[in-house]
Design a protein around this ligand. Sequence first.
Ligand code: LMR
Length: 327
Amino acid sequence: MKLQSLLFAAATVFAASAFAQNPIIIKFSHVVATDTPKGKGAQKFKELAEAATKGRVKVEIYPNSQLYKDKEELEALQLGSVQMLAPSLSKFGPLGVKEFEVYDLPYILPSKAALERVNDGPVGKALLKKLEAKGIVGLAFWDNGFKEMTANKPLRTPADFKGTKMRIQSSKVLDAQMRALGANPQVLAFSEVYQAMQTGVVDGSENTPSNIYTQKVHEVQKHLTVSDHGYIGYAVIVNKKFWDALPADVRTALDGAMKESTKYANDIAQKENDAALEAIKKSGKTEVYTLTAQEKAAWRAAMQPVQKTMEERIGKELIAAFNKEAA
Ligand code: LMR
């Protein structure tokens, strides 16, 4: 009996040290700066996950497209070269999950409250479920914020967009949105935006203040229009095979860490964007203009047809479900 318990104790110590020496590694790759809602959310997840699993899991974060750019990172996740990502909801089209582009419809969600109702309800759950057929599990939605337009000329009316080359993420809805404004959209990876602006490959773009500021976009764009015409948020996703093969207690601990870091990321997102907009204004490098209610109405009218033209791609019912939450 004594020998047995000794052996058991030894085995436990051995297992613990084996875990410490060979922890389960989660490579979490993303494209934005560390000092952003997503960057901070990832860091929070790392801290909580490592603490909750007592070192059995180690989370390695690779920010700033250090490992992969937009399109490659999704391929890398499917191949299992990385285990976790948080791509923007606008980047799932090339993967064949077009429905996520519903979030890109201009002015579809008027507030963060409406957004929360969608994400936390059956609509959000059903969207994440669609990823499973692609070998991916959707764990959570993380918030960034509403988008503003930037360019080297003032953008106040839809007519001002005529002929401007605008960088977009890889979303057909964003393509349609820019075309509805008379602009020429061009898909570019996030990591290429700054240089494309600097060299004149594109004239402008749309993004959240947090992304604009941390990528120094305001240094290569003379004008920023606060339009809040669209939204950037993320799906935090993992490789399904990896996730399903985790020991059940580890998966439960990671689920808990994800819940808590999601709350953290979503709590700080708006504050981070407000602070970034202030910092952009303070920098004096770009002129910030906020649309009046009347100007906003004109933008909305110009972009509204996109809901109809994208109906077939995204699904009438899904658009209706979003509009219902917005009402
Ligand atoms: C972009 O490509 O503009 C954004 O999706 C980047 C990000 O991850 O916020």
